[in-house]
Design a protein around this ligand. Structure first.
Ligand code: SF4
Length: 749
C-alpha cells in the first residue's frame, strides 16, 4: 500500500530521526534518517558533524530507496537440487533468478533443479554448513575462500575473517581493497609501515599547496572535493591537479598536468628530480627521518623533466613549476585515488608520491601528509579488521608465530591451530577455482562479476566453483551463480561501526526493522559459525554467541591496540580517529609526528615501467575506467535506487578530435572493443577527456567496462591494471545497444 510518507514526504513529521553513517563512500558523512511508518522519507545531516558539516552529496541524500526496491531479496533461497539431495545439474551459466515482483522465476530452457526455492533460515544455514564442511573435510583448508565486504560493518568483517581463519584454518580471506588501493597499501607499508591516510581530509584547509592525482574527487568523494574548493577559495591554498581527465577540480586548480594514463612514475619522479637539482630538499627531514636516499638518488638521475615530458605528454616546464610549488610550500599535502594504484605498477606509482613527501618533509604535521582517499564506506575498517590474506586484525602478519599465538588465545584455539600460510588475494582466488584448488567461495556483499577485470575470464572461473554462497541485498551478477542466497540487512537495518578514510570510527545505527526475513550480517555469521563449529567437532571452540556488535568490537580491540580505546560510548557523538591506544586517549588525527611505525621512512629506487597494453595502430585508444557521481561500484545499490533515473545508461567519453577522426557524434552508439571483449554503448563527445583517451564508468552491467579491462597484476600488490588498456572505438547501430554477445547482463527479467 502506498502511504502518505511515500507520496508526500514534505507533509510528514518523523516518528524518529536516527543518526548514522553513509553507506557509500569513504568520506563517512553523518546522516539523519527521518523515519515514519518504518519508512525513511527524508535524509538530512547534522551541521555539527566534523566530517561533513551538514553537507551531503546526491548519493547520501537520495540514494537510499534501494532498501525498498521490489527486486530486493528478503527470504533465504536455496537451489532446488540442494534441497532435494540431487547431484548438481549442468548449466549454471544460464541461471538467473528473480522477477520484478521479487518472486523466483525459471528459464524454461534449463533444468528445474536450478530453480531458487524460498526457504527458512534453519534450512538455508544447514545447507550452507553441510556443504562447506563436506568440502573442507574432503579437500582441506586450501579449498575454502571468502570475500569479506567493504560495505559491511567492522563487526561483520571481523566475524567473517575470524570464521574462516578459526574454523577452516585458512587465510584465503580478502575483499575489494585488492581492487582499489592495494598498490597504495603495499607502497605505504614498504615506506612507512602503515597504510592509512596520514592526516584527515578536513585538514586540507591547512594546506598551502596540495596535489590531487588519480582522483576524480568531485564525483568519488564529493564532500572532500567541497573542502578542497573551500581551501582554495576561502583559505588561499594552491591546488595542483595531475590527471588524464579534465575533472571539475581543474576549474579551481593553479595547475593541471594532463598526463597520459599510467605515466605517474616519470611525472612524480621528475618532480623529485627537480626538487633535488634545485636544492629544495628538506635535508634535516631526509637526514633524521629517512633511509635509502643515496640509492634513490642514483635511480632519480634519468628522470629529467624532459624525459618525463616525452613519456607523459606533460610539458617539462609545468613539471618544474609544480615541483617548486609543492616543495616550497609551508604545508604541502598529497591526495590520491585509484588512478595511482590501479596499475600493474601501482606500488611504484604510489612510492613516487611518497618520495615527494620524504624529500620535502611534508609529513608528520597538521596540514601535510600522504592521503590515499579510500573508496568504499568501510574499506579502511574492513582492512583494519583483517579482511586480508596476509594480516590478522591490526595488520599483524599471519606468517608471524607471535601474532598467531595472540589470536589463538583470543579465539580459544589450540596452540599452532591457525595457519601461518599466506592466503590468496581476491584476484587470485577465482583464478584458483578449479579441481584441486578453490572449491567453496562465500561472498558477503561483493560483486566480482562486475568488479574483476576481464569479466569473460571471471565468468569461467565462477562456473568452476563447486559451492558458492552469496550474502547480499540483491541477487546481483555474482549472486546469479550462487547455490544459496542469504538475505542481509541494509545499513539502515543494523547496528555497528564503519571506519572512514580519515580513520574515524563512527556508529551505524538501526533505523528500520530488516525487511522480510533479512538479518544483520553479524547475526547470520554467528548462526552459521555455531553450526559449523558443531559439525567440525574440534577439541576447543571459539565464541560465537555475541549479544551485540559492541561485544564483537570489544573482542577485536582487546588484541588490536589501534582500537583499544574505542567503545560505543566514546564514539556516540563524533567518533574517534584511531590509533586510540587506551580508554583516555583522544584519538590521532595526524600520524608520524615523531617517527614512522617502521622507524625511518624508506626511499625505494624506481624505474619507469610502461602499462602492459599501450595504444597501437590496431587499438588506438587507451581506455581508463572510473566512477560517476550518481552511481556506486557494481551498481547493486544505486542502480536499484532513484539515482538510476538521473544517470540511466552507460556512456563512453571521447575527445572531440578523436570523435571527428572516427566519424563519431555525440549520443551515437559505438562499439568499444579490447583484446578481451566488447561492449556497445552511447558516446559522449567531451573535452573532459584528453586526445587518445576513452573513459567508461564501470557501474553498468549491460555495458560492463570490465569486459574490456586487462587482468595484468601488480606483482607485489596483485592489483589489476583497471586504469589503462588498449581499445578500438567504432560507430555502431542503434539496435546493437542491447548486444546479445555481451555475456554479462543484469538478468532476464
Ligand atoms: Fe555519502 Fe560519500 Fe556522498 Fe558523503 S560524500 S554523502 S559519504 S557518498
Amino acid at each position: 500500500m502506498v502511504t502518505e510518507v511515500q507520496t508526500n514526504p514534505k507533509r510528514v513529521t518523523a516518528e524518529k530521526v536516527v543518526t548514522t553513517t553513509c553507506s557509500y563512500c569513504g568520506v563517512g558523512c553523518n546522516l539523519q534518517l527521518h523515519v515514519k511508518d518504518d519508512f525513511i522519507f527524508k535524509v538530512t545531516s547534522p551541521f555539527d558533524s566534523p566530517v561533513n558539516k551538514g553537507n551531503l552529496c546526491v548519493k547520501g541524500r537520495f540514494g537510499y530507496d534501494y532498501i525498498y526496491h521490489p527486486k530486493r531479496v528478503t527470504t533465504p533461497l536455496v537451489r532446488r537440487y540442494l534441497l532435494e539431495g540431487k547431484p548438481k545439474p549442468e548449466g549454471r551459466e544460464q541461471v538467473f533468478a528473480i522477477s520484478m515482483d521479487g518472486k523466483p522465476i525459471l528459464d524454461s530452457k534449463i533444468s528445474n533443479d536450478w530453480d531458487w526455492v524460498a526457504t527458512d533460515w534453519d534450512t538455508a544455514l544447514d545447507v550452507v554448513a553441510d556443504n562447506l564442511v563436506r568440502i573442507y573435510q574432503r579437500d582441506g583448508s586450501d579449498a575454502m575462500a571468502v570475500y569479506c565486504c567493504a560495505k559491511a560493518t567492522n563487526e561483520d568483517n571481523y566475524l567473517l575473517q575470524k570464521m574462516w581463519r578459526s574454523l577452516f584454518r585458512t587465510n584465503n580471506v580478502d575483499h575489494c581493497t585488492r581492487l582499489c588501493h592495494a598498490g597504495s597499501v603495499v607502497a605505504l607499508q614498504k615506506a612507512v609501515g602503515s597504510s592509512a591516510m596520514s592526516n584527515t581530509a578536513s585538514q586540507v584547509i591547512q594546506n598551502d599547496v596540495f596535489i590531487v592525482t588519480g582522483s576524480n574527487t568531485g564525483e568519488n568523494h564529493p564532500i572532500i572535493a567541497l573542502q578542497m574548493k573551500e581551501a582554495v577559495q576561502k583559505y588561499g591554498a594552491k591546488m595542483i591537479v595531475v590527471d588524464p581527465r579534465r575533472i571539475d577540480l581543474v576549474d579551481f586548480a593553479e595547475m593541471w598536468l594532463p598526463l597520459k594514463p599510467g605515466t605517474n612514475v616519470p611525472v612524480f619522479s621528475a618532480m623529485a628530480h627537480v626538487i633535488v637539482k634545485e636544492n629544495l630538499v628538506n635535508w634535516e627531514f631526509v637526514k633524521n627521518r629517512t633511509e635509502g636516499f643515496d640509492e634513490f638518488l642514483e635511480s632519480l638521475e634519468k628522470f629529467t623533466p624532459e624525459y618525463a615530458e616525452e613519456i607523459s605528454g606533460v610539458p617539462a616546464e609545468d613539471i618544474r613549476k609544480a615541483a617548486r610549488m609543492y616543495a616550497t610550500a609551508k604545508n604541502g599535502a598529497i591526495y590520491w585515488g585509484m588512478g595511482i594504484s590501479q596499475l600493474s605498477h601501482g606500488t611504484a606509482s604510489a612510492l613516487s608520491l611518497i618520495h615527494l613527501a620524504f624529500l620535502t618533509g611534508h609529513i608528520g604535521r597538521d596540514g601535510t601528509g600522504l592521503n590515499p582517499l579510500r573508496g568504499q564506506n568501510n574499506v579502511q575498517g574492513a582492512s583494519d579488521m583483517g579482511a586480508m590474506p596476509f594480516h590478522y586484525p591490526g595488520y599483524m602478519r599471519v606468517d608471524n608465530p607471535d601474532n598467531r599465538a595472540k589470536w589463538e588465545k583470543a579465539w580459544n584455539i589450540e596452540e599452532g591451530g591457525l595457519s601461518l600460510k599466506l592466503g590468496l588475494t581476491t584476484t587470485e582466488i577465482l583464478g584458483h577455482a578449479h579441481e584441486g584448488g578453490i572449491r567453496a567461495l562465500y561472498i558477503m556483499g561483493e560483486n566480482p562479476m562486475m568488479s574483476e577485470p576481464n569479466l569473460n575470464e571471471t565468468r569461467k572461473h565462477m562456473q568452476e566453483l563447486e559451492f558458492l554462497v552469496s550474502q547480499d541485498l540483491f541477487i546481483n551478477e555474482s549472486g546469479a551463480f550462487a547455490d544459496v542466497f542469504l538475505p542481509a540487512a541494509s545499513f539502515a537495518e543494523k547496528d555497528g561501526t564503519f571506519t572512514n578514510t580519515d580513520r574515524r570510527v563512527q556508529r551505524v545505527r538501526t533505523a528500520l526493522a530488516p525487511r522480510g526475513l533479512a538479518r544483520p550480517d553479524w547475526k547470520i555469521l554467528c548462526d552459521l559459525a555455531t553450526r559449523l563449529e558443531r559439525r567440525l567437532k574440534r577439541s576447543t571452540s571459539s565464541k560465537w554467541d555475541y549479544e551485540s556488535p559492541e561485544e564483537i568490537l570489544r573482542e577485536m580491540a582487546s588484541v588490536n591496540s589501534d582500537y583499544a580505546g574505542v567503545t560505543y560510548e566514546r564514539i556516540e557523538k563524533v567518533g574517534l580517529i584511531y590509533p586510540v591506544p587506551d580508554m583516555n586517549h583522544p584519538g590521532t588525527p595526524t600520524l608520524f609526528k615523531e617517527t614512522f611505525p617502521s622507524g625511518r621512512g624508506k626511499f625505494h629506487p624506481l624505474d619507469y615501467v610502461p602499462v602492459m597494453e599501450g595504444a597501437d595502430d590496431e587499438y588506438p585508444f587507451v581506455l581508463t575506467t572510473g566512477r560517476l557521481l550518481e552511481h556506486w561500484h557494481g551498481g547493486t545499490m544505486t542502480r536499484n535506487s532513484a539515482l538510476n533515473e538521473a544517470y540511466p545508461e552507460a556512456r563512453v567519453e571521447i575527445h572531440p578530435a578523436d570523435a571527428e577522426m572516427h566519424g563519431i557524434t555525440n549520443n551515437m552508439p559505438v562499439r568499444v572493443t579490447s583484446r578481451r571483449g566488447e561492449i556497445v554503448l552511447r558516446a559522449t563527445v567531451t573535452e573532459k577527456t584528453t586526445v587518445g583517451v576513452a573513459f567508461i564508468p564501470w557501474h553498468f552491467a549491460e555495458a560492463a567496462a570490465n569486459l574490456l579491462t586487462n587482468d595484468a597484476l601488480d606483482p607485489e600488490a596483485k592489483i589489476p591494471e583497471f586504469k589503462a588498456c588498449a581499445v578500438q572505438v567504432f560507430p555502431a547501430r542503434e539496435e546493437e545497444l542491447a548486444n546479445p554477445e555481451v555475456e554479462v547482463r543484469r538478468g532476464r527479467y
